[in-house]
Design a protein around this ligand. Structure first.
Ligand code: ZN
Length: 90
């Protein structure tokens, strides 16, 4: 499913795969307190291995299915946002 969407967030268009490689280079290349601080300020969790998450358009708890049609690729931020705006907790 994420592959179908090319790891691109369907809400904000963030390329999660490109971000993953950029972070990886930062981590193993020139990791410094400065870049770490910058990334953290930007709200990018450095300990993450992937930045996309699978979101169920219809939650499993509401009868949604684990299918490609019901799934959508979101970045971690939009995923959080989607759940935050739902009235019922996930
Ligand atoms: Zn997003």
């Amino acid at each position: 499913m994420a592959r179908r969407d090319n790891f691109i967030c369907q809400d904000c268009g963030l390329d999660c795969d490109a971000l993953r490689w950029a972070i990886r280079d930062l981590r193993w290349g020139f990791r410094s307190p400065l870049t770490n601080g910058f990334l953290r300020a930007a709200g990018i969790p450095l300990d993450r291995r992937r930045f996309w998450e699978a979101h169920h358009q219809i939650p499993l708890s509401e009868g949604g299915l684990n299918t490609l049609e019901n799934g959508v690729t979101l970045c971690w931020r939009c995923h959080k946002k989607r759940h935050a705006t739902r009235k019922a907790p996930a």
